[in-house]
Design a protein around this ligand. Structure first.
Ligand SMILES: Cc1cc2nc3c(=O)[nH]c(=O)nc-3n(C[C@H](O)[C@H](O)[C@H](O)COP(=O)(O)O)c2cc1C
Length: 204
């Protein structure tokens, strides 16, 4: 996407804006360059700064690198998503911790009453806020991956129930997305149209 006239309103600078947004694409093919644990930790160090309700931070992840892990994951992926994961240096299974409230006393000062209340709820009752805030953190994570000069390939095309039974048999974590991460190969097609500000906003 070309730099529009309002460039001067973006103090971040064109290079960073291109890296994070304008030039960044959802990757489906990757180079062989590995992604280190150090890179993942550096990305998380950024991502964890993003806001969540009551600072609850429910996103959890499984880093799938090994041949055995890849085989296990691939069984649950639909169609071409199998090839996409197979060609990525690693995949992240991104999940919501439905018992996220256990961390709240350490994460949110004065949260003991909130913890006590949430502890009376079932996982199903905590699920709505857990999922909403996990999705929020997934958005931060995609941008964080890009900030590290890497590309993210999100995939929701998989058998959620089967993957969760396999990876999270105790039911505490619920997967939302599989994210391939690596150095991207160029896409074979242009970016699909995006809605304009006038289409998505109302002023009152
Ligand atoms: C939540 C989510 C789920 C997605 N699921 C899949 C998927 O299962 N398979 C796939 O190939 N792409 C998937 N995508 C990629 C989207 O098609 C892609 O992000 C969108 O077309 C924009 O592409 P761009 O980032 O290259 O502009 C998914 C993206 C998101 C954000």
């Amino acid at each position: 996407m070309s730099a529009p006239a309002y460039e001067s309103l973006l103090p971040l600078g064109a290079e960073a804006v291109d890296l994070l947004f304008r030039e960044a694409r959802s990757a489906s093919r990757f180079t062989d360059e590995p992604v280190s644990d150090g890179q993942l930790a550096a990305i998380w160090d950024l991502v964890r700064c993003g806001p969540t309700a009551f600072n609850e931070q429910p996103l959890r992840m499984v880093v799938v690198r090994s041949a055995a892990g890849r085989t296990r994951l691939a069984r649950h992926l639909h169609g071409q998503n199998r090839d996409r994961a197979a060609g990525a240096p690693l995949s992240l299974v991104l999940a919501a911790d439905l018992d996220f409230h256990r961390e709240l006393p350490a994460l949110y000062p004065g949260a003991q009453p909130l913890f006590d209340y949430m502890d009376t709820l079932t996982r199903e009752q905590r699920r709505e806020t857990a999922l909403a805030n996990t999705w929020l953190q997934i958005g931060y994570l995609i941008v964080g991956v890009r900030a590290a000069g890497l590309a993210a390939g999100p995939m929701s095309g998989y058998d959620n129930a089967a993957l969760d039974r396999d990876f999270f048999p105790d039911g505490r974590w619920e997967s939302l997305l599989v994210l391939n991460v690596g150095r991207a190969l160029p896409k074979s097609y242009d970016r699909l149209p995006r809605l304009g500000y006038e289409q998505v906003s109302r002023t009152c």
